[in-house]
Ligand binder design. Structure first.
Ligand SMILES: Nc1nc2c(ncn2[C@@H]2O[C@H](COP(=O)(O)OP(=O)(O)OP(=O)(O)O)[C@@H](O)[C@H]2O)c(=O)[nH]1
Length: 569
């Protein structure tokens, strides 16, 4: 398995290591000159408290960060010296008021520490040699494309020509990006967590073998492998699972059900590798490193170094988890964690401390003040990613239960209503134009009556999937009622909203649902209103609803934009 990050990310990490190395060299110079200033022998000198506090701060930072950048021996030695200096830093040393005996003891200790500091410099140089040539600074890593979050990629591999053509057409309707690949040239240049590979039972073993060698750079599992097959019994399913399939889908393929299955697989995968992480640490280089590693593993990361901005960052970024440094200059991370919990909204936000503190008792005390886990610095990249995955996954699962509708995975009625109000407030604050839409399935009662409730549910889920895939990641979709959906399209005019919803309308009408009574097609109607043109979000929703009923009255299967209340009636 290739465990190296992609070239762009590797360049970025190398550059961060170089920057760390430069800073560490400067800090070691500073430490050495402080050591030279400290009183030697019987020499008397006024208060050394500031120098010792400064040295302690530098050693603490090095102990917490050097290992992350590959300078493990330097970090370990800095930690040993930090521990030795801690009592002197906390209680003051060599002050003019001390009695002679204490001064002598402290002086001895300082001399040993000074000798240790001089050894740190050689540890830095030795590690440089073992890490190879000093990395060059390179501009533009090229991997920072701002792709929409929901580019779901379906790779068709090892299928017959007929099956490939059918799936290419049927799945494109859902907005999936389809590629066809030969097994030998199978490669996965997509975002982790956003790909599914579909293959046949005959070629499963070969495809599974190739996929095994293509796992993502950070070691996260490769894409799920969905296998199509004609035999659907325990033994054949067992054989497929053994040969590497993550999911099975029976042939002949029912396209809406397959789309639903792919959605679910990607969703499950994505839950493992995605999430929003807020990092608060006053060491900017370390934060830049964490950020690069976590972004490379698929997370969205916001990193801040000033504790004063924490509350506004929380409400704007709305992270799934937070990584919090314990010691940040004048501020204590444990107190910041407590302060965050003042707000009921953040009571359940998982907080993970980042600290060089190794004493389990002290860790426990800190945890009692409002965090969930302790990550001891230096944190390895793998450990960081894995911890973030586990914490984000759990946080998102809990959150989903609270805010998402169980049939469709869309936002619940009350949540989308609140989001409409939030977006309305944003429109006013930022003076931008946004739209809201109400979407309703046509003659849905007849679908239920003629084909049963179960088929009705499949149709509802298919529309939910289509909306998710066709709309932008910044759009928000809610299940407003049984077969009625509300959509927020931020920074989007009603003309643009009409264009995209018309395409969705056409794609949905094109989907064929297989039922025992024969193939079924269903259409939808939509009404749109300009969110910023109304006094409140709920007024705009009422207007979109009116436009929807106008569309129903005008023959359904299309999109109407609200103009005036009386005109819409
Ligand atoms: N299968 C299923 N049906 C649902 C669900 N929620 C609501 N419905 C059904 O959706 C149907 C809505 O019917 P109506 O409000 O009469 O509207 P319609 O038949 O779609 O007619 P128009 O909206 O005028 O085109 C009812 O039969 C509800 O039982 C659900 O979760 N699953």
């Amino acid at each position: 398995m290739d465990n190296n990050p992609p070239a762009g990310v590797a360049d970025k990490l190398a550059h961060l290591r170089l920057t760390f190395r430069q800073r560490a060299a400067g800090e070691l110079e500073q430490l050495i000159s402080i050591a030279e200033r400290l009183p030697h022998g019987k020499q008397r000198r006024p208060d050394t408290t500031d120098d010792i506090a400064l040295s302690y701060g530098i050693l603490h930072r090095l102990a917490g960060s050097a290992g992350t950048f590959g300078y493990t021996a330097l970090g370990d030695q800095a930690r040993r010296l930090e521990h030795r200096l801690k009592p002197l830093a906390e209680h003051g040393a060599l002050t003019t008021d001390d009695d002679l005996c204490r001064r002598e003891k402290n002086r001895q200790q300082l001399l040993e520490i000074i000798a240790g500091v001089e050894g740190l410099r050689s540890l830095l140089d030795e590690t440089d040699e073992s890490l190879g040539a000093t990395p060059e600074r390179r501009a533009g890593s090229g991997d920072e494309t701002n792709k929409p979050a929901r580019d779901i990629h379906v790779v068709l591999c090892g299928l017959s020509e007929k099956a490939t053509d059918f799936l290419d057409h049927a799945l494109s309707n859902y907005g999936f990006l389809i590629s066809t690949m030969e097994i030998e040239s199978l490669s996965l240049q997509t975002k982790p967590g956003m790909t599914t590979v579909v293959t046949s039972e005959d070629r499963l073993a070969e495809v599974s073998k190739v996929l095994g060698s293509l796992e993502h750079a950070d070691g996260t599992p490769g894409p799920p492998l969905l296998c199509l097959g004609r035999q659907d019994d325990f033994n054949s399913r067992y054989a497929l699972a053994e040969a590497g399939a993550d999911a099975f889908f029976p042939e002949p393929v029912d396209a809406p059900q397959l789309a639903e299955r792919i959605e679910r697989l990607v969703h499950e995968q994505n839950e493992l590798v995605s999430g929003k992480i807020l990092i608060l640490d006053d060491d900017e280089h370390l934060v830049a490193h964490y950020r690069t590693v976590l972004e490379n593993a698929g997370f969205r990361v916001r990193a801040i170094s000033k504790p004063e901005t924490i509350l506004s960052e929380l409400s704007e970024f709305r992270p799934d988890i937070m990584l919090l440094d314990v010691r940040m200059g004048a501020y204590s991370g444990t107190t910041v964690a407590k302060l965050i919990r003042f707000d009921p909204e953040w009571v359940s936000l998982p907080i993970v401390y980042l600290s060089s503190e190794q004493d389990k008792h002290v860790q426990l005390e800190a945890l009692a003040k409002g965090a969930d886990e302790f990550m001891t610095k230096p944190v390895s990249d793998d450990y960081l990613v894995r911890t973030a995955q586990i914490r984000c996954y759990r946080a998102r699962q809990l959150n989903e239960l609270l805010i998402k509708d169980s049939l469709t995975g869309l936002l619940k009625h009350s949540v989308i209503k609140q989001e409409v109000e939030n977006e309305h407030a944003r429109c006013q604050r930022m003076s931008h134009v946004s739209s809201v839409a109400m979407v309703d399935l046509d003659h849905f009662k007849a679908v239920n009556d003629q084909h049963g409730h179960r088929t009705g549910d499949v149709v509802i889920k298919a529309l939910a999937n289509l909306l998710r895939n066709r709309l932008r990641s910044t759009d928000q979709i809610g299940r407003y009622g049984g077969e009625e959906f509300a959509i927020i399209l931020p920074e989007c005019t009603t003309d643009q909203a009409q264009e995209v919803l018309t395409q969705i309308c056409e794609a949905f009408a094109d989907i064929s649902f297989a039922t025992p009574e024969g193939d079924l097609s269903v259409t939808l109607s939509a009404g749109i209103a300009a969110l910023d043109a109304f006094a409140s979000g709920s007024d705009a929703l009422d207007a979109a609803d009116q436009a929807l009923y106008e569309r129903k009255a005008a023959g359904r299967n299309g999109v109407t934009v609200f103009t005036r209340f009386d005109a819409a009636l």
